[in-house]
Design a protein around this ligand. Sequence first.
Ligand SMILES: [Fe+2]
Length: 94
Amino acid sequence: MEILTGDVNEEKHVPFIEETDKGYKVTVGKPALHPMKEKHYIQYIELYVNGDAVGKKELEAGDDPVAEFEVPKGKQVFARELCNIHGLWQGELD
Ligand SMILES: [Fe+2]
């Protein structure tokens, strides 16, 4: 599957990553949260640290499109999310 990306400040599909005390928080939709409706929603959020997939949260309609991961910190951090209509998106920690 093609991996899409874009400007996290303008494109609501790009995962927005923040560092927390114990790991990372990923929000799908920095400009506005992505919809979580029956027909259009985020199916999962996945976190990668230093090239390894370290966590995955499955989501359902009605959930918030947000995932918090308690994981060791790393240098290279990115997240992916799958929208049931618009595909697979990736965003990196600045
Ligand atoms: Fe979407």
